[in-house]
Write a protein that binds this ligand. Structure first.
Ligand code: ZN
Length: 124
């Protein structure tokens, strides 16, 4: 995975056991709108999984360059933040925790889901 990340790969898909791959950071791809290039029987729909390899810094850099950092998120995301116990609504694609000053970012195409919000660094 580190090799893929270092070579610029942003998304990795697997067809595997849903009891194993989530422990390695994969999440169900179907519910996020990703369709497999082949038929997966309904009983095994959870086997198609995806993992995003972008770092939080890469995401925040990207949305700043594209001018999306100040764009409001359609449905505000309320998530459990990784850096401290404070909770706040993430109203913009780039938002800063008022408590610990951690900067979080999410890309426009992933802003529907809190699981894609990544931390870039304190006061990044
Ligand atoms: Zn915080």
């Amino acid at each position: 995975m580190n090799l893929l990340k270092d070579s610029g790969v942003e998304l990795v898909f697997v067809l595997g056991h849903p009891g194993y791959y989530p422990r390695k950071g994969f999440t169900p791809a179907g519910v996020l709108g990703f369709k497999a290039p082949y038929h997966i029987p309904e009983a095994h729909a959870g086997a198609g999984m995806v993992q995003e390899l972008c770092s939080g810094k890469q995401i925040v850099d990207k949305i700043r360059i594209m001018g999306f950092n100040t764009s409001p998120i359609g449905a505000e995301l309320k998530i459990k933040w990784s850096n401290c116990d404070a909770e706040f609504q993430m109203a913009y694609m780039e938002s800063q925790c008022p408590s610990c000053k951690m900067v979080y970012g999410v890309t426009p195409c992933h802003s529907h889901s809190a699981q894609f919000v990544k931390a870039a660094g304190v006061n990044y």
